[in-house]
Design a protein around this ligand. Structure first.
Ligand code: UDP
Length: 340
């Protein structure tokens, strides 16, 4: 008999890769997505329900109708800048709606959840690499909303035996190596897609936010993790949950940092095209260096990143963006010059 996993936000960037990984591992991913940021055409590996997590009755109906065994919860808003301007939007969607989801799980007897958390729960790093015991002091409402849910999950475990694995991603990047899904944010704010779009002539230039950091080349350093590696970690988390005695909180990163300039060089190398850049001031709230201590996830999940070297990340993302640009049927996205 097949095992049905409810995937909230399964039409989004990381959620759609997780659906593919679940299907390949023999599960049926049942996507619920309100399509505010998700793309209907990225739901390819299982049933789709268009709906919002604000609708608790719908959640209960879906859990019962599809005999859901576990949940992967990706649905959330994730624009840090927007969260600073409109915190209520983030607390309503990322916090209240997740509580609805957890209450529906309690009512329907669904006991296992993998939660999409973030290194933004740590705030400004006090030491690097960042391990899971690093203090969690978010510096924006987005990180705060995710931390709130991590804390709520501990209490739902205590009160209702809902066991969870919270996965704190560092910088998700890259695209499905088979080209079946990829990153398509509107607006796009992430470095790697912006650099690639510049290489492909969709943008005139990319800004380097800060060239005077205390890092080897002066630009900011991040731990980029391939989205297919993230997806694989989620499947491992689903698989270990039945044997877990406690809820878990794990970093997902590689432990290796790359600077903004390293990323630009990699895109030029892999694409064979020049990327026009301009130096710009530091972006408010950006730490100079964010790198994971990834050992606990390796130990607990038996997971190590396989595709997260920078060239593989860039090559898979580049292929995805080229196909979008070519207007390949089944690929979401714009074919025009992108402003902003
Ligand atoms: N960045 C940049 N130019 C851009 C977008 C991002 O220099 O147009 C830098 C940003 O300041 C950060 C790194 O690239 O140091 C990664 O940013 P991204 O928004 O991709 O992820 P974040 O680390 O903010 O979650």
């Amino acid at each position: 008999m097949s095992t049905n996993i409810l995937v909230t936000g399964g039409a989004g960037y990381i959620g759609s890769h997780a659906c593919k990984a679940l299907a390949q591992a023999g599960y049926v991913p049942v996507t619920i997505d309100n399509l505010v940021y998700g793309h209907r055409e990225m739901v390819k590996w299982g049933p789709f329900i268009e709906g919002d997590l604000a609708n608790g009755e719908l959640l209960r109906q879906v859990m019962r109708d599809h005999q859901i065994e576990a949940v992967m919860h990706f649905a959330a808003y994730a624009y840090v800048g927007e969260s600073m301007e409109d915190p209520g939007k983030y607390f309503r969607n990322n916090v209240s709606n997740t509580i609805n989801l957890l209450d529906a799980m309690v009512d329907c007897g669904v006991k296992h959840i993998v939660f999409s958390s973030t290194c933004a729960t740590y705030g400004m790093p006090e030491h690097v690499p960042i391990d899971e015991s690093h203090p969690q002091r978010p510096v924006n409402p987005y990180g705060e909303s995710k931390l709130f849910i991590e804390r709520a999950l501990r209490w739902y475990d205590t009160a209702h035996s809902i066991r969870s694995v919270s996965l704190r991603y560092f910088n998700a990047a890259g695209a499905d190596p088979d080209g079946e899904t990829g990153e398509d944010h509107d607006p796009e704010t992430h470095l790697i897609p912006l650099v690639i779009q510049t290489a492909l002539g969709q943008r005139e230039q990319v800004s380097i936010f800060g060239t005077d950091y205390d890092t080897p080349d002066g630009s900011a350093v991040r731990d980029y993790i391939h989205v297919a590696d993230l997806a694989a970690a989620h499947v491992k988390a689903i698989e270990i949950l039945p044997a877990c005695n406690d809820s878990l909180f794990l970093n997902l990163g590689t432990g290796t940092g790359y600077s903004v300039k390293d990323v630009i060089n990699a895109v030029e190398r892999v694409s064979g095209r020049k990327v026009n850049t301009q130096e710009a001031p530091r972006r408010a709230g950006d730490p100079p260096l964010l790198v994971a201590q990834p050992g606990l996830a390796a130990e607990v999940l038996g997971w190590v990143p396989a595709l997260s070297d920078l060239d593989s990340i860039v090559a898979t993302a580049l292929r995805w963006h080229e196909r979008q640009l070519a207007g390949d049927p089944g690929y979401a996205g714009s074919q025009q010059q992108i402003s902003g």
